[in-house]
Write a protein that binds this ligand. Structure first.
Ligand code: TYM
Length: 336
């Protein structure tokens, strides 16, 4: 006899901003983990182009990078026939729900967001309202699809938490409208650090030499990793507090080779930092070379790419509308 289950179906949702070169940090912290959920009922992967507008962008570049990111999702193994891959701006429900949820989010909680504080410091001449309400748009992305699981890097944990708070607040007023999502964060690879300042997160908006891009060619990858900041000792040891640079390179190898940290350290014992850097660079090159080849193939057929994105948007739109209709009804908006 088949057992009845009351468990919710698994809905996976994640997004990346097309606001710069997609980095090794984005790849290890998020992108690479997306295919872990191949068995989940519904999986949505979004190009968060609306989020990118919080920082000034070159319009032509943004459009190009958005298409590239969608192609990269596919090149990393997400089959567009079984995963909903789309651009955020092509599904208007995101912006619509964001307005409503803005009215259920407090200034105080938004002003505590560390990403807002960091970005305001970095872009002091453009602290716009979008930067402040950014987490509400992200909450809308997630909540529109009754998401259960959000695979992200550790830097997005606070944003998933505020999303949960908003969902719970709304549900306590109007009944069970939203599923309250859980973040999925892999501890080993949750945060890849900058190559030039290993106490800081690797970020696509920092100078070129501080990150490896998914699109870097082998010679560039080798050069950047060879120049990575380490320390004045010679011993290869995992100690993130005291040896952040060395530990970062060890984390990269451990994550990409799916090897426990102790095994990685043991395999390099007695060797110098040159060997560590060589091993890290080779691990990255092995990972990125086939992805780059698939990416080139996908980008060579823009018509198919556009068709797949349109299909993704239509599918996402249909799911999103269901939630949005419910929300409109609950809050008392006229529906004709
Ligand atoms: P974004 O574009 O900054 O980063 C995309 C994903 O990459 C992860 N990440 C990292 N992981 C490990 N080490 C790093 N150095 C590193 N840098 C970035 C991030 O944690 C993220 O998972 N607000 C989001 C995009 C977004 C979103 C969403 C995510 C919009 N809507 C809905 C999940 C669900 C962002 O700016 O990510």
């Amino acid at each position: 006899m088949e057992e009845k289950t009351t468990e919710k179906k698994q809905v996976i949702y994640s997004a990346i901003q097309p606001s710069g070169n997609i980095t090794l940090g984005n790849y290890i912290g998020a992108l690479r983990n997306f295919s872990i959920f191949d068995e989940a009922e519904t999986r949505l992967y979004c190009v968060a182009d609306l989020h990118s507008l919080t920082v000034r962008q070159n319009s032509a570049e943004l459009r190009k990078r958005s298409l590239s990111l969608a192609a990269l999702y596919m090149a990393c193994g997400l089959d567009p026939e079984n995963n909903i891959i789309y651009c955020q701006s092509t599904v208007s429900a995101h912006a619509e729900l964001a307005w409503i949820l803005n009215c259920f989010t407090y200034m105080g909680e938004l002003s505590r967001m560390t990403q807002f504080k960091d970005k305001s410091a970095k872009h002091a001449d453009n602290i716009n309202a979008g930067l402040f309400t950014y987490p509400v748009l992200m909450a809308s992305d997630i909540l529109l699809y009754q998401t259960t699981t959000v695979p992200v890097g550790i830097d997005q944990k606070q944003h998933v938490e505020i999303c949960r708070d908003i969902a719970q607040r709304f549900n306590s007023l109007y009944g069970d409208v939203f599923t309250v999502p859980e973040p999925y964060i892999r501890t080993v690879s949750a945060k890849i650090q900058s190559l030039s300042e290993p106490t800081k997160k690797m970020s696509k908006s920092d100078p070129e030499e501080s990150f490896v891009s998914v699109f870097d060619k082998p010679d560039v990858i080798r050069r950047k990793i060879r120049r990575a900041v380490t320390d004045s000792e010679t011993e290869i040891r995992y100690a993130p507090e005291t040896k952040p640079g060395v530990s970062n390179l060890l984390t990269i190898i451990s994550a990409l080779e799916n090897k426990p940290m102790d095994d990685v350290v043991a395999s390099l014992s007695g060797l110098g930092y040159g060997a560590l850097k060589e091993a890290a660079a080779e691990a990255v090159i092995r990972e990125f070379t086939p992805i780059q080849a698939r990416f080139d193939e996908i980008m060579a057929d823009k018509e198919t790419l556009s068709r797949l994105l349109k299909q993704g948007a239509e599918h996402a739109e249909a799911l999103a509308r269901k939630t949005l209709r419910k929300v409109y009804k609950k809050v008392g908006l006229v529906q004709l």
